[in-house]
Design a protein around this ligand. Structure first.
Ligand code: SAM
Length: 281
């Protein structure tokens, strides 16, 4: 049967009515109702092996991922959506729907299994806005996931993509860009969602770089980065002095790293932050 895409406004409305559903604010539910955007997002996501989706909702993006990928694993927290997803996606035998809070799943184990069976694992999702950053950092920690393509609120996308000296440049930008090339793919207006949020969203793509730090070293590096950005108006010297609780050591480390201590962290490239970390290590 040639059905309309789930993400057309009319089909989404029908599904919501048929199952007596309302978007739940506490789960960050805003369903995408723009088939072109959903198709483009899936097609650009490098999902040809296996793909993990966080929050399939009523399956609009899941359907397009299923068309482009060998296997889709979708984690959904809302139990009321599970029968809907099983029903609307019943034509696809490559979709696995899991009723689970993504923050509590055993991601390493799942990625290992998927990689062994399908060769590669990507992430593609329209993320619930209330846990965007923790979800992303969970995924960042899985080195086998090379591509992450996500819809986030524009403000969050701007922070991840900001360059040194941009007003939005922060610890988040530096951490993300240490691990990934970060690209904004396109903007999605509020009217492309049901219900429409007041803000625009953006689709960003993280493409993993080759980095050498182990999980533990990475945590230590990110701790240092957060320390350097702790008080944005203070100089890097002052923030580092507080982070290390040692003024002489802070001065010495900055000198050895060749960094002018009177700058603010906001002016430092990811490479400069890494130099500070290496001097400390
Ligand atoms: N993918 C759908 C779309 O694009 O139309 C829905 C996206 S909606 C912004 C976010 C989805 O994430 C909702 O279905 C919500 O129930 C789900 N969700 C929220 N918190 C979650 C969590 N911790 N784990 C898994 N899914 C979650």
């Amino acid at each position: 049967m040639n059905r309309r895409s789930i993400s057309t406004p009319s089909r989404t409305k029908e599904i919501l009515e048929q199952y007596g559903l309302r978007a739940k604010k506490n789960f960050g539910q805003n369903f995408l109702v723009d088939p072109q955007i959903v198709e483009r997002c899936a097609q650009m996501s490098h999902c040809e092996g296996a793909v993990i989706e966080i929050g399939p909702g009523i399956g609009g993006l899941t359907e397009q991922l299923a068309k482009n990928s060998k296997h889709v694993t979708a984690y959904e927290i809302d139990e009321n959506l599970i029968p809907v997803l099983k029903d609307v996606l019943s034509d696809y035998d490559n979709v696995e729907i899991l009723l689970q809070d993504f923050m509590e799943c055993d991601l390493d184990q799942k990625v290992k299994e998927l990689e062994e069976t399908y060769g590669s694992v990507a992430v593609c999702a329209n993320l619930p806005y209330y846990i965007t950053t923790p979800v992303l950092f969970r995924v960042f920690e899985c080195p086998s996931i090379s591509y992450i393509t996500v819809m986030v609120q524009k403000e969050v996308g701007d922070r991840f993509a900001a360059k040194p000296s941009d007003p939005e440049y922060s610890a988040l930008s530096a951490e993300g860009q240490y691990l990934f090339d970060v690209k904004k793919l396109f903007t999605v207006p509020g009217r492309s969602f049901n219900p429409s949020p007041n803000v625009d969203s953006v689709i960003i793509q993280f493409s993993r770089k080759d980095t050498s730090l182990s999980k533990e070293d990475l945590k230590a590096f990110f701790d240092l980065v957060r320390g350097c950005f702790k008080q944005r108006r203070k100089t890097i010297y002052n923030n580092l002095r507080e982070y290390l609780q040692d003024a002489d050591r802070a001065k010495e480390v900055l000198e050895k790293a060749g960094i002018d201590g009177s700058q603010r962290a906001q002016q430092l490239s990811v490479d400069n932050l890494r130099k500070i970390y290496e001097e400390l290590a």
